[in-house]
Design a protein. Structure first.
Length: 125
């Protein structure tokens, strides 16, 4: 099976480096630091997106809307130090992780979302 591809959108350079390292043993990771960069990188090869709720450029509701309107359907994980005031599952988000979180939480979330049985019917975690 081909390696799964994850776009990581994290504007904090230290956290971006940490998360990329955590994910890099299991996934092909493309790290971007803006919502606009995420949207530009999104393509058919993208299996999952891990994005901060607050990023420079396109963010929050606008980012989720543009991902949903794209022709692609990656698993979508939102990460943030604050819990959004909306029901993220109504906006196509499969899981939310509140910062700080542990490596095993991030990997476990992605692993469960990218299991073959979960591909057709992802639900919020």
């Amino acid at each position: 099976m081909a390696e799964r591809t994850v776009i990581l959108c994290e504007d904090n350079p230290k956290l971006g480096e940490i998360y990329t390292t955590w994910l890099g043993d299991t996934y092909a990771v493309e790290h971007v630091d803006t919502g606009d960069g995420l949207l530009a990188s999104l393509d058919q090869a993208t299996d999952a997106i891990v994005t901060d709720w607050r990023t420079p450029g396109t963010q929050r509701h606008d980012l989720l809307s543009q991902i949903a309107e794209s022709q692609f359907d990656p698993a979508l994980v939102v990460i943030s130090g604050i819990e959004p005031r909306i029901d993220l599952s109504d906006h196509g988000v499969d899981a939310f992780l509140e910062k700080p979180f542990r490596r095993d939480a991030l990997l476990g979330t992605l692993d469960s979302l990218l299991q073959p049985s979960a591909q057709g019917d992802r639900t919020a975690v």
